[in-house]
Ligand binder design. Structure first.
Ligand SMILES: Nc1nc2c(ncn2[C@@H]2O[C@H](COP(=O)(O)OP(=O)(O)OP(=O)(O)O)[C@@H](O)[C@H]2O)c(=O)[nH]1
Length: 192
């Protein structure tokens, strides 16, 4: 079974003020922490989903790049994931991570991967302290049709998908740091 590793790295970073995926933590860009957590678990292909504006800033050569069409940039994670699924027809599962989550670990990815063996599910979306974490999650290709329908209706929120597909929601403890995401410079000052 092919499980692709996908790093979503084509957002506006408007709250951060500059492309936040290129901030550095422990000698690596933020986006590389996501990429390497997926890579350490042998996921292949590894995909960075981004756009033409940001493309020249990425340096990694051990990945495939999927670019959103110029007229479809900044449509959000639901659109970006759908686009990746269409570009990568051989993968069954897609492990999606944000590119602003520097504390994500290979161990977390490994724990999540174990849930793909459950029957009849289309997504594995972790929950922490009652909050779903859709950008630390696994999506099966079987969810693609529902995703396309939502997009055709003008919907951009990935959360809208969860009423329409079978989702497994493993719970993670409150103190687990992997889910910290950096939206503002204040967030980064607080957490680094
Ligand atoms: N490829 C791609 N990734 C996206 C898109 N929108 C958001 N992302 C990524 O999804 C993750 C979460 O994005 P957010 O922080 O909610 O949004 P953002 O646009 O990056 O930042 P804000 O403008 O501050 O909301 C980040 O890793 C983004 O890079 C998109 O349209 N395409």
């Amino acid at each position: 079974m092919t499980i692709a590793g996908v790093v979503l790295a084509g957002g506006k970073s408007s709250r951060y003020g500059k492309p936040k995926m290129f901030e550095i933590y422990q000698g690596k860009y933020f986006y590389e922490h996501s990429l390497d957590a997926l890579k350490a678990n042998g996921l292949s292909p590894l995909i960075i989903a981004t756009n033409h504006e940001l493309k020249c800033l990425f340096q990694r050569r051990d990945v495939q790049y999927v670019y959103e069409h110029e007229q479809h940039t900044y449509q959000g994670p639901l659109y970006a994931l759908c686009h990746v699924m269409l570009q990568e027809p051989k993968a069954a599962w897609f492990f999606v991570l944000s590119s602003d989550v520097p504390f994500v670990t290979p161990k977390f990815v490994s724990e999540m991967l174990a849930y793909t063996s459950y029957d009849g599910i289309e997504a594995v979306v972790p929950i922490q302290d009652g909050r779903r974490q859709p950008l630390f999650a696994l999506y099966h290709r079987r969810a693609l049709k529902e995703m396309q329908q939502l997009i055709a209706q003008g919907e951009r929120k990935i959360g809208m998908l969860f009423d329409r597909i079978n989702v497994l929601n493993p719970a993670f403890p409150k103190e687990e740091k992997v889910f910290i995401n950096i939206n503002t410079k204040q967030d980064w000052l607080r957490h680094q």
